[in-house]
Write a protein that binds this ligand. Structure first.
Ligand code: ATP
Length: 251
């Protein structure tokens, strides 16, 4: 089996008496989409934050590309190739689509800048930004104000911003949230192709998207992974149906 690009081992995290992660282990392999599903409050965001480096686990470890990164912060993990999209948009709404993409590319440089107008003339940054916009199908919208984009287009732009850093793997937190049927179909098609280049750990409530896309699915309930398997295995798992999917959704 190919070496995992991401490995979480025995993660525990408590908030007071509440154990939000209980001995959580999972991995992400080259070329795959691994979906993380579970009811509201199950601990999905808490787990993603430990993997990304926003919060430290009480115990356990996180390995990225074979290296122990448990003590590294979000910036160091991003520089190693961990790309991320967020539940709540981190885009600058008054900037154009291109400006947001250039700022994303700039984030990979790791040194401060002083003049925004110079940044917007930097050929290398512009090329990275244009490439990423083309990948997600936003080339024609490059000069539009981000606030004027549709919700679906903003989601595409978030992926483009993450792509400017040429990530080796992605953490995506509910990328389908708020998208209509057409938007979520388009994004599903895009993620389907993206997995070969950068595998994706996908937190998603849209079960149609999850079952269409995921090579493997892990189900988190009360901070614990109760099952990991293919879509068919998860659909057929009695404990998962009881705890989460419900009979009608799992049919
Ligand atoms: N900073 C915090 N302090 C205290 N409790 C927290 C904190 N963050 C999360 N929790 C609690 O930990 C549990 C897991 O929350 P988390 O946000 O990880 O769940 P989730 O599966 O991502 O939920 P959702 O699907 O609604 O986003 C919840 O009971 C939540 O209230």
């Amino acid at each position: 089996m190919a070496e995992a690009v991401l490995r979480a081992q025995g993660l525990n995290k408590s908030y007071g008496a509440l154990q939000a992660s209980k001995d959580v282990s999972l991995d992400l392999r080259p070329g795959e989409i691994h979906a993380l599903i579970g009811p509201n409050g199950a601990g999905k965001s808490t787990l993603i934050k430990q993997i990304a480096g926003n919060i430290a686990p009480d115990s356990g470890r996180v390995e990225l590309l074979g290296r122990d990164v448990t003590a590294l912060d979000t910036v160091a993990r991003a520089r190693m190739g961990l790309g991320r999209t967020f539940q709540i948009s981190a885009l600058a709404m008054d900037y154009t689509v291109l400006q947001n993409a250039v700022l994303g590319a700039l984030g990979g440089r790791g040194r401060p800048f002083h003049f925004f107008r110079n940044v917007m003339k930097d050929p290398e940054l512009l090329e990275q930004a244009h490439d990423a916009l083309e990948r997600v199908g936003l080339t024609d919208d490059a000069n539009r104000r981000t606030a004027d984009l549709s919700h679906g287009q903003r989601r595409q732009l978030e992926v483009a911003v993450a792509l400017t850093l040429k990530p080796r793997l992605f953490l995506m937190d509910e990328p389908m949230a708020g998208l209509g049927a057409a938007g979520s179909k388009a994004l599903t098609g895009f993620l389907d192709g993206l997995r070969q280049e950068a595998p994706i750990l996908l937190v998603e409530h849209d079960m149609d998207a999850v079952f269409a896309l995921a090579d493997r699915i892990s189900v988190l309930v009360y901070g614990q992974i109760i099952a990991t398997g293919t879509a068919d295995e998860i659909r057929a798992n009695a404990e998962v149906r009881r705890a989460y999917l419900g009979e009608e959704d799992a049919a």
